[in-house]
Ligand binder design. Structure first.
Ligand code: ASP
Length: 338
């Protein structure tokens, strides 16, 4: 039987049209372009259906409501297709790819996000290759994960980050090997792929509650009153982007007191490094262990995108802060190494 893939087109460069104002999405344009591509009608290609969203979005305008729409769309079509493709703008693709693994519980089929730096309508583009390859992977490999494919690499969604604004190799997963590499052959790195869920577990969608979580990047000279101000209610979770292996300006007593006070009030503070590669180790330096002592939690090697999605997820499911603090440091979807 011919394999079938379901393509969700949310917007982004891949399907945009050239206009007097620069690239812009145009309803129906991508589907017409796909229909005119002879490669997609080759016998090795899967059958596909495409669902174009209205409005088509630049991903800079996407919110967790859009993630929910994607997750529910996948769930509604789950049984009828072998794999799912989400065509998405590159700007926030790593955020969506980090959130969907927490939202799609019991996922046993591939969900692959991709997009491009140049649209299909350009003679020279990366859209064509990204699209054809994800169609082949989504149809033929039973990868029970949310992935992101770009520039010949298949990455775990909740490990992916956008690393380049202009190159075709725009994404990487610095702390986890690629799930696949594509050259003459499609090589899937099965040893690094998550085991499938038990057969009796159905796919369910967990909506995420945003709103109460923020990210704060430290920099030398950051004003303590700005930190204290951001730590006020309704904030309940903070990702603190720290230096190196998780260090901060611990000599600054007002800074430390603001954090300690927030922890006493029940705030969940997760320490993620500003470095692209490597893990937080709060025992490495006195400037890290002092943070641990006041109750700041290690984010280990999670990306900020993944830590954010995980806090959204945990705050959506759990009221007990002690449970959230314990769970945030546990590997739930392959998002951290421990
Ligand atoms: N601004 C665009 C977006 O993220 C860029 C892209 O698609 O690559 O939607």
């Amino acid at each position: 039987m011919k394999k079938r893939v379901y393509i969700i087109y949310t917007g982004g460069t891949i399907g945009m049209q050239r206009t007097a104002d620069g690239y812009a999405p145009a309803p129906g344009y991508l589907a017409a372009q796909l229909a005119a591509m002879p490669e997609l009608h080759d016998p090795i290609m899967p059958a596909y259906d495409i669902h174009e969203y209205d409005p088509l979005l630049d991903s800079a305008n996407m919110t967790p409501d859009d993630w929910l729409k994607i997750a529910q769309d996948i769930a509604a079509h789950y049984d009828a297709y072998d794999g799912f493709i989400v065509l998405h703008g590159t700007d926030t693709m790593a955020y969506t790819a980090s959130a969907l693994p927490f939202m799609l519980q019991g996922l046993a089929k591939p969900v692959i996000l991709t997009g491009s730096q140049l649209p299909l309508c350009e003679v020279r583009n990366d859209a064509r290759e990204n699209l054809i390859t994800v169609m082949l992977i989504a149809a033929n490999y039973i990868i029970p994960e949310v992935c992101l494919y770009f520039g010949n690499k298949l990455l775990r969604g909740c490990r992916a980050v956008k690393i380049n604004a202009v190159d075709f190799e725009a994404f990487d997963s610095p702390n986890y090997p690629p799930l696949g590499t594509v050259g003459i052959h499609i090589n899937i790195n099965w040893a690094h792929i998550l085991p499938p869920p038990a057969a009796h577990i159905p796919l369910t969608v967990q909506p995420l509650r945003a709103g109460q979580v923020a990210v704060l990047r430290l920099f030398p000279g950051i004003a303590t009153d700005i930190i204290a101000y951001s730590l006020r209610a309704p904030l309940r979770g903070l990702i603190l982007e720290t230096y190196g292996v998780g260090n901060g300006p611990t000599d600054n007593r007002a800074f430390m007191e603001a954090l300690a006070d927030a922890v006493r009030r029940g705030m969940v503070i997760v320490d993620c490094t500003q470095c692209l590669k490597g893990t937080v180790d709060l025992e490495g330096y006195a400037t890290g262990s002092a943070l641990a002592r006041i109750g700041v939690l290690s984010g280990f090697d999670m990306t900020v995108e993944a830590a954010l999605a995980k806090l959204f997820y945990l705050f959506s499911r759990e009221e007990d802060v002690a449970v959230i603090k314990q769970q945030v440091q546990v590997n739930l979807r392959g998002e951290l190494t421990r």
